[in-house]
Design a protein around this ligand. Structure first.
Ligand SMILES: Cc1ncc(COP(=O)(O)O)c(C=O)c1O
Length: 371
């Protein structure tokens, strides 16, 4: 039995009549850009996460950029991001005109290590962007405390963590702003690109919305120069159908992670990811570590099981940051994760049989034989 890394078509089939009707209604009403579906989604998503405002936009990368512009980031400012994330988290700092500063991650949660913040905060630091990586919340209480001590803003990058919680409080409600991606493979995915910024401050929300819409909230009335970053009606209509199912999908991911935990606990030379105490992770990705990663990856591939590397290089070691001349020992945890991490299939529609197949194949892995 082959097990794909993800199966977006299967999710479509579970909601086909509703999705087809939603798409048809957008076409029939020509509600392509903004319109009632977008407004309904903004209201519903803000309510789901628990913030006052949701500004939808074209993708999660723009959401980060727009949030930083809204917070007034300017050249000379420094913004701290974790050394392991998707490139959007760091590239948008540069795009907003500021200087990106990397901080290593915590070995248990793989998210920004608040204990290391004091090493990277300078008098030019203006903000921190923790990432709830793989669906595991960053240590927001500690990060917010450090930010308050130094007068810094915090933007939570929630692209991988819709509905994740810390002590019953949803991620996205801790910082000055939170950004989400609805890229098709995300826990809540559109059928194209889509994203959003969430916040509680009405003035910040207004600035961000204005910037996203060519600098004006009324047609022809451009108060500032902005960009064009809007969620389209088709994506919003699709997300409106999917949003009510997100809780059940997250619970299914949690069940699958628990089953992996049980099935793989005794396997030699494999370290499993764990949710830290008090945290409800939503398992966007299930990333295990092994010093024999390359052999394990080949073993899974030869048995028809999809895997991925998230991510093959930690951010400071990407060619685009070669100018910073970082060495592995500057970010040892992120560096090792990139060397050893392997994502195995986890998606809400995954069956128990598929999960058992992945467990059996990994249990049959013998690094010395395979390596
Ligand atoms: C951590 C993280 N931040 C930001 C993004 C950017 O989202 P998008 O692909 O919608 O631009 C992604 C997803 O790709 C992500 O995983």
């Amino acid at each position: 039995m082959n097990v794909p890394f993800a199966d977006l078509y299967k999710q479509y089939l579970t909601l086909k009549p509703e999705l087809d009707a939603a798409i048809a209604s957008v076409i029939e009403t020509s509600a392509f850009i903004r319109g009632p579906h977008v407004e309904a989604f903004e209201t519903a998503f803000a309510a789901e996460i628990g913030t006052a405002h949701c500004i939808s936009c074209a993708n999660g990368t723009d959401a980060l950029y727009m949030a930083m512009v809204g917070l007034g980031v300017k050249p000379g400012d420094e913004v701290i991001v974790p050394a392991m994330s998707w490139i959007s988290t760091s590239e948008t700092v540069t795009q907003a005109g500021a200087t990106v500063v990397f901080c290593d991650i915590d070995p248990a949660s793989y998210t920004l290590d608040p204990g290391r913040l004091s090493e990277v905060i300078t008098e030019r630091t203006v903000g921190i962007i923790p990432v709830h990586l793989y669906g595991h919340p960053a240590d927001m209480p500690a990060i917010m405390q450090a930010a308050a001590r130094h007068g810094l803003w915090v933007i939570e990058d929630c692209a991988q963590a819709h509905l994740a919680e810390i002590d019953g409080r949803k991620v996205g409600t801790f910082g000055a702003a939170a950004t989400f991606s609805f890229y098709p493979g995300k826990n809540l995915g559109a059928m194209g690109d889509a994203g959003a910024v969430l916040c509680n401050d009405a003035n910040l929300a207004r600035r961000i919305a204005m910037f996203a819409r060519h600098g004006g909230l009324r047609k022809g009335d451009h108060e500032i120069e902005g960009i064009n970053s809007r969620m389209d009606g088709l994506q919003a209509a699709i997300l409106n159908v999917k949003l009510p199912h997100l809780g059940a999908w997250s619970a299914r991911r949690q069940d699958l992670a628990a089953a992996y935990q049980e099935g793989l606990a005794q396997v030699d030379r494999i370290t499993l990811p764990r949710a830290t105490t008090g945290v409800s992770a939503v398992w966007h990705l299930y990333v295990l570590r092994s010093p024999a990663r390359t052999e394990l990856e080949a073993h899974l591939k030869s048995h028809g099981i999809g895997t991925a590397r998230n991510y093959p290089r930690a951010l400071p070691f990407l060619p685009c940051y070669a100018r910073l001349q970082h060495r592995p020992e500057d970010f040892p945890i992120a560096y090792t994760l990139a060397e050893e991490g392997l994502s195995i299939p986890i998606f809400a529609e995954m069956t128990n049989e598929q999960l058992q197949r992945v467990v059996d194949v990994i249990r049959g892995f013998n690094p010395s034989e395979n390596g």
